[in-house]
Design a protein around this ligand. Structure first.
Ligand code: NAD
Length: 497
């Protein structure tokens, strides 16, 4: 059983009101622990601790802050197996995926920002005075300083991966943090809190408060002591945060939902593990389709449509569904029963709109699942064709193992369908024609465009979406700029003063 606790001012504690939330294992439905059901009171205590810790953390040399982040990265690596197993039990994702992606990336987030801060140069602008008549020549030096207490709110699909993606740049650049992980998957954030104590972070620098979005999350967003909010989650919650934060002039970064197109042109390499079909299958079904970057709409040129469709069906049927803790499992459970019910409703809606379900389309028959997991939230990888691009199922994020197929005849038509939603997070193009890749890549409404690959991430690059997929960019210098406040100092180079 996991006894998840808050981390406030360097100590573990329960919620002040004494309430807890149950933690369930999605693959079995069994209860596996409890987490604090924190309220505004707990958030306030955490913000006060972070406020007290801020001046000395902000003053500490970047190299010292970096050393602590590096130590935490090393501890994550040393605990890789324990963290991967915990992540798998808590989310339903295959342990092999957590071991290969979630946990190594969490360590990489820490290490990357620890090092990136050491290489951040300030900016200097030499002014010759010519732009303003009579002005002296001047030297402008732009300094950046940390903004204070950062509120970091993260979702359940990549729990430790996204949690660390937020707190690493916040801490590296000298902010203190109050972080609220998803109440659906609180376990690895708690374990990270333990590791942060072992790494030697000063009390109050990293505070972790568990609880629901409506109570703990909203209290964090509204707290007057938190002027910086970074949020990853649904577009509807992001919209509320934008409104509340806007009113209080807080700085926000919002990483929200997506409905990402995966476009396969007629000249694309289709076969092989790096070809379009295998990549589209991974883009559709990795983590049971619960990644904001998943390619949920495959658009294939009519001349190759049949091959793409048959290839995707064959791959979906061949995925090894099983107990997430089994090393060989490729496809595990959805995160919860309520989420499975939402996915099932979307597939029912697709049927009623005339969609043809080519494979999947239902809960997996418990007879095909190991006995331990028969009470789990397993939904079959699902492929649907025949829906009009404007219908609700093609417009709304499903966030599950459901992909729809479309045939197109012309490049412009593919771009129109791809851009025809309110989202704009990521897109993938498969083609051998690099002129077309450049043209289409520039025309797509997406913050991230992959050409002949998917989810190939370099942590230095800007990450985020346009339209209703978000506001701002994370990663690299964008993240460090977000968490710091520039002050421009202008020195007149004037001999007379
Ligand atoms: P969610 O919006 O329900 O919750 C996300 C986090 O916000 C949780 O910690 C939750 O407790 C908290 N929260 C909920 N209501 C809140 C409120 N009123 N105030 C403050 N915090 C609140 O999202 P989810 O279901 O956990 O995650 C799935 C969504 O996240 C999908 O839409 C997915 O596309 C999106 N996502 C986006 C990215 C990205 O980088 N763009 C990455 C991963 C997931």
């Amino acid at each position: 059983m996991f006894d998840v606790r808050n981390l406030i001012a360097g100590s573990h504690c329960g919620a002040r009101a004494g309430r807890t939330l149950p933690i369930a294992e999605p693959a079995t439905g069994a209860r596996i622990g409890a987490a604090p059901a924190s309220t505004g009171e707990d958030i306030d205590a955490a913000v006060q601790a972070a406020t007290r810790a801020f001046p000395s953390w902000a003053r500490a040399p970047a190299i010292e802050r970096g050393r602590l982040l590096e130590r935490l990265a090393t501890l994550i690596e040393a605990n890789l197996e324990r963290l991967a197993r915990a992540e798998s039990v808590d989310t339903g994702k295959p342990v092999a995926l957590a071991r290969r992606v979630d946990i190594p990336r969490s360590a990489a987030n820490m290490r990357y920002f620890a090092q990136a801060m050491q290489h951040c140069a300030g900016e200097a602008h030499w002014s010759d005075g010519a732009s303003v008549p009579g002005a002296a020549p001047a030297l402008n030096v732009t300094r950046r300083r940390p903004r204070g207490v950062a509120g970091c709110i993260s979702p359940w699909n990549l729990p430790l991966y996204l949690f660390t993606w937020k707190i690493a740049p916040a801490l590296a650049s000298g902010n203190t943090v109050v972080a609220k992980p998803s109440e659906v998957t609180p376990v690895t954030a708690h374990l990270l809190g333990e590791l942060s104590i072992e790494a030697g972070f000063p009390p109050g620098v990293l505070n972790i408060v568990h609880g629901t979005g409506a109570e703990a999350g909203a209290a964090l967003v509204m707290h007057p002591g938190v002027q910086t909010i970074t949020f990853t989650g649904s577009t509807s919650v992001g919209r509320w945060i934008a409104r509340v934060a806007g009113d209080a002039f807080k700085r926000v970064s919002l990483e929200l939902g997506g409905k990402n197109p995966f476009i396969v042109f007629e000249d694309a390499a289709l076969d092989g593990e790096r070809g379009a079909i295998a990549t589209a299958s991974r883009a559709a079904f990795t983590n049971q389709g619960q990644i904001c970057l998943c390619g949920s709409r495959v658009l294939a040129h009519r001349s190759i449509y049949e091959r793409v469709r048959e290839g995707l069906i064959a791959r979906a049927r061949a995925l090894k569904v099983g107990d997430p803790r089994d090393d060989a499992t490729e496809f595990g459970a959805l995160v919860s029963e309520p989420h499975l019910a939402k996915v099932a409703r979307c597939v029912d809606a697709a049927r009623s709109l005339g969609g043809r379900v080519l494979t999947g389309g239902s809960r997996i028959d418990p007879a095909h699942i190991p006995a331990r997991c028969r009470g789990g939230a397993f939904y079959a990888p699902t492929i649907i064709e025949g829906l009009p691009p404007g219908c609700t199922v093609e417009q709304e994020e499903i966030f599950g193992p459901v992909v729809t197929l479309h045939a197109f005849d012309r490049e412009e038509e593919a771009i129109d369908i791809a851009n025809g939603t309110r989202y704009g997070l990521a897109a993938t193009i498969f083609t051998r024609d690099m002129a077309r890749a450049h043209r289409a890549g520039a025309a797509l409404d997406a913050g991230i465009v992959w050409v002949n690959c998917w989810m190939n991430r370099d942590l230095r690059t800007p990450f985020g979406g346009m339209k209703e997929s978000g506001v701002g960019r994370e990663g690299g210098l964008d993240a460090i700029r977000f968490f710091t406040e520039p002050t421009n100092l202008c020195f007149a180079l004037d001999d007379s003063v």
